[in-house]
Design a protein around this ligand. Structure first.
Ligand code: AHR
Length: 492
């Protein structure tokens, strides 16, 4: 088969890659908070804060710019006021999203402290289920208030004289969903969220608001954008792709997210035109990952065990965000620890799942300017997809790619997923207007054991990153079947 040609022109910049696309999400769900990032009494935790030191270290290695909190579905029945003040006085409450109990031992102040130690910025999702606008205003005042007012003083009383200056606030979570406490129609949501936005901005004009969007291709997205465009800075999207036990379904799923992003971009443009909005509105993809909710939920707390196929799907997800750098400015992998997560803890340690490795490589290397690229000659996949319409609306190529010009302008970096489970791919990289050195650095995520291989506590390194220097003549590379490869070309 003729090699696939990848044409890259470093002058065709799509946009800066916003580092916030490598953000995270921690929800009071399963073992994400309790037994995950917060584990008081554990020998692995800081004796004072109860924060797991190994978790903090791994989060810092991912250079996570923002972490969303406290849900997710959890937030729709959460009373933030229960999670502040002396721990022994905090009430236990029934928890309606995952039908458990909330001890409130970890709350707003603990989260702010954890963010500081994780070297990340907090992003708070407001309760638009059981919560009122008054609750939301109180939470904002508690976090950001500088006046001599009740909630700001409560924060001071709890030992935090300085405001936390939380910039990102979202107006509810998945309010459209029948699974949601406080589900609303798009019309009702948009009307309520508009009023909330007005009041929140009056209290603190410096905050940036995120509207609750759906998949990007739902009727909800258009209606909500039309009403909220004058009030928001971001429209959120949520999508989880599933493997349904089929590798190609798994790795082509992110093409559905890419379509959702393209449609949302048009919906944003329409809403801005209709509302005379001059300021940019961009996408905050604040929940994404590979997850089959039917496979791991309930008492297991959605603890997915990922294999190599899932790692490649995560590579394809991140390629989408880099390619769409002009409109996706924030993306939060759901979630950061244990729950649907690349990081799994036990009382005695942690291991990195297969999906950790492409995320780590992207977060550390795929920064700078996103470059347009053309893929010539990669066969198109036409088999089953999820959703089915991917097959006929946007059938993906077997090879998936994104490119950046590094922040220092010295390297062109390519992230490549050979989705083909059967065949290696021969590739020729052609650079317009620049010369590159033949010596390249290659980072590969692959296993001879095949697509089903997983890491575990007993075998934490079955899938990792193999780094090597290679000589690439005429831009020719061979990508192993079912592999993720990041190649760094140095400009001459
Ligand atoms: O991340 C798990 C759950 O998935 C979140 O709570 C919810 O927002 C989504 O449906």
């Amino acid at each position: 088969m003729a090699p696939v040609e990848i044409q890259i022109d470093p002058k065709r910049v799509i946009s800066e890659v916003d580092p916030r696309i490598y953000s995270g999400f921690t929800e009071h769900m399963g073992r994400c908070i309790y037994g995950g990032l917060y584990d008081p009494g554990s020998p692995l935790a800081d004796p004072e804060t109860g924060f797991r030191k190994d978790v903090l270290e791994v989060i810092r290695s991912l250079r996570v710019p923002i972490v969303r909190y406290p849900g997710g579905n959890f937030v729709s029945s959460y009373r933030w006021q229960d999670g502040i003040g002396p721990r022994e006085l905090r009430p236990r409450r029934p928890e309606l999203a995952w039908l458990g109990e909330e001890s409130n031992q970890f709350g707003t102040d603990e989260f702010m402290q954890w963010c500081k130690e994780a070297e990340t910025e907090p992003y708070i999702c407001l309760n638009m289920g059981t919560g009122t606008l008054e609750d939301a205003l109180g939470w904002l005042e508690y976090c950001n208030g500088t006046s001599n007012t009740y909630w700001a003083n409560q924060r001071r009383k709890n030992g935090h004289p300085e405001p936390y200056k939380v910039k990102y606030w979202s107006l509810g979570n998945e309010v459209y969903g029948p699974w949601q406490v406080g589900q609303m129609s798009a019309t009702d949501y948009a009307k309520t969220a508009f009023q909330w936005a007005k009041a929140l901005k009056l209290l603190d004009p410096s905050i940036e608001l995120v509207a609750c969007g759906e998949t990007g291709y739902a009727a909800w997205d258009g209606e909500v954008l039309n009403t909220l465009a004058p009030m928001i800075k971001y429209h959120s999207l949520h999508q989880y792709t599933i493997s349904a036990g089929d590798h190609m379904v798994n790795v082509t799923g992110p093409a559905g997210a890419e379509k959702g992003i393209e449609i949302t971009k048009s919906l944003i443009d329409l809403a801005r035109i209709a509302n005379n909005v001059e300021e940019d509105i961009t996408i905050c993809f604040d929940e994404w990952n590979v997850w089959d909710p039917k496979r791991a939920i309930g008492s297991l707390g959605a603890e997915e065990h990922y294999d190599l196929s899932d790692a490649l799907a995560v590579g394809c997800w991140l390629n989408v965000f880099v390619r769409k750098a002009d409109v996706v400015k924030i993306a939060c992998i759901a979630q950061s620890v244990n729950v649907i997560s690349p990081v799994m803890t036990s009382p005695t340690g942690l291991y990195k799942q297969t999906t950790f490795h492409p995320l780590y490589l992207f977060a550390n290397l795929m920064r700078g300017s996103s470059l347009a690229l053309s893929l010539l000659g990669s066969p198109t996949y036409t088999g089953p997809t999820q959703p089915k319409w991917i097959q006929h609306l946007c059938p993906p190529a077997l090879l998936d790619a994104s490119a950046v010009l590094s922040e220092d302008g010295r390297e062109i970096r390519l992230a490549l997923v050979n989705r083909d489970a059967e065949r290696d791919a021969e590739v020729v990289c052609a650079f317009a207007g620049v010369r590159v050195r033949e010596e390249v650095r290659v980072y590969e995520v692959w296993s001879a054991e095949g697509l089903g291989v997983q890491n575990s506590f007993d075998h934490p390194d079955k899938v990792g990153v193999v780094e090597r220097a290679e000589r690439v003549e005429g831009g020719k590379l061979t990508l192993k079947k079912h592999s993720f490869t990041l190649v760094c070309f140095t400009l001459e």
